[in-house]
Structure formats: structure tokens, C-alpha cells
Design a protein around this ligand. Structure first.
Ligand code: G3H
Length: 202
């Protein structure tokens, strides 16, 4: 199985800011403590390997998992460049043309000094290659990166991934089969803010 999960709710999530390297919120910490049970529910007694990004919120989320852990820079969140640390409302106010351009073509839009989804897909190539030849991997990563990995594993066109809804505090278990990939979701009973922003709304 390959199981992508987002980090637990972070302090930035609570204030609606994107990017950064924030700590988990109290509910995010609670999720980290519950994650070993959620993983046991989805993986039984399988011995997993845990991949995280190099950012605190994924490392803190994986903290209580009793498995070997590997940090990958390539799993870091999409780099939002000059917009790092801003809310969507602030981005729309300070960079209105960019905000609209991103909504028009979210897959190709590259933040000033940062990345596009297309860039993330390219930097994920080594991760995807390693994932293809590995079994039983739990990937603790970020919303944009998770969308790209999910789209790859589910064979969804990458340019459709940027608007995908991937809720916090939910483990997605993906099991590759001969002609498709089975999916099951395991949701922790811990509320979290929604980080999903629909098109044309802030
Ligand atoms: O940059 C922060 C988010 O995790 C990515 O979300 O691409 O929907 O803005 P977004």
C-alpha cells in the first residue's frame, strides 16, 4: 500500500496563511498522537516506511509512528515565493493580477520567486520512481504535493490535480491493482480547518 497523508493542522492553517514552516496547532498535535492508531487500522501489522518533508509540520505529524522515517526535501510544500506567509485575501489585495492568473491556470502558474504545480510534478520525479519500486510507504506531506502524488497514483491528469480537495486529518490508503488503484479513506475524529479554496473565492 501507498498512503499519502497531509500533516496535521498547523498554526498557519489556523490563521489562513500559506507556506512557512509553522508548528502543529493543538488539534494537529492531537492528530499526530492518533495517527499510529489510524495507520494500524489501515495497514494492520505491516511494517511501513514513513517519508516526510523537511518541514516541521510533517516531521511533528510523524513523530509518534513506530517506523523508520526518511526526510525528503522534494516533499516540501509548493514554494509560494513572495506570497509565502500571506493569506489568500492578502495575496488578492497585493498581487491582484497574479491572483487572477493563478485561478485561470493554476497548474502552470508559477508564484513570483516560487513554483508552479508543473514545477512540483517535475521535482517529484525521484520520489515517484522510488515509490514505484517500494511497498508499504506512508507519505506525510503537504496539500499541493499530495495532490500531485495522488493524481499520479490514481492516473488522473496532472492538470486536474490543483483544485482537488484533500482534507486534513485523513489518511488515504491506495492499493495498486492490475488495472486500477483501490482507495480507502480513514478519517480521524479530530476537527480541522479546511485549507481548500474554491475557484474565485477567498
Ligand atoms: O500553498 C499552500 C497550499 O497548500 C497549496 O494550496 O495550491 O490550493 O493554493 P493551493
Amino acid at each position: 500500500m501507498k498512503a499519502p497523508v497531509q500533516h496535521g493542522e498547523s498554526e498557519y492553517n489556523l490563521s489562513g496563511k500559506i507556506g512557512g514552516d509553522a508548528n502543529l496547532s493543538p488539534r494537529g498535535q492531537q492528530y499526530a498522537r492518533q495517527l499510529p492508531d489510524l495507520v494500524a487500522m489501515s495497514a494492520g501489522s505491516r511494517k511501513l516506511t514513513v517519508w516526510t518533508s523537511t518541514l516541521k509540520r510533517t516531521i511533528q505529524t510523524a513523530r509518534f509512528l513506530p517506523f523508520e522515517k526518511l526526510e525528503w526535501k522534494a516533499l516540501d510544500e509548493l514554494d509560494s515565493g513572495v506570497c509565502d506567509g500571506l493569506t489568500y485575501g492578502q495575496i488578492e489585495e497585493r498581487y491582484p493580477a497574479d491572483f487572477a492568473a493563478r485561478d485561470d491556470d493554476k497548474y502552470n502558474y508559477r508564484y513570483l520567486g516560487g513554483e508552479s504545480y508543473r514545477d512540483v510534478v517535475i521535482r517529484l520525479e525521484p520520489i515517484i520512481m522510488e515509490l514505484e519500486r517500494s511497498e508499504d510507504i506512508l507519505i506525510v506531506t503537504h496539500q499541493a504535493v499530495l495532490r500531485c502524488i495522488y493524481a499520479y497514483l490514481k492516473n488522473v491528469a496532472q492538470d486536474q490535480s490543483p483544485w482537488m480537495e484533500v482534507p486534513l486529518h485523513t489518511l488515504i490508503k491506495l492499493t495498486p491493482r492490475a488495472y486500477n488503484t483501490d482507495e480507502e479513506r480513514f478519517k480521524a475524529n479530530i476537527p480541522a480547518v479546511s485549507t481548500w479554496r474554491g475557484e474565485t473565492s477567498t
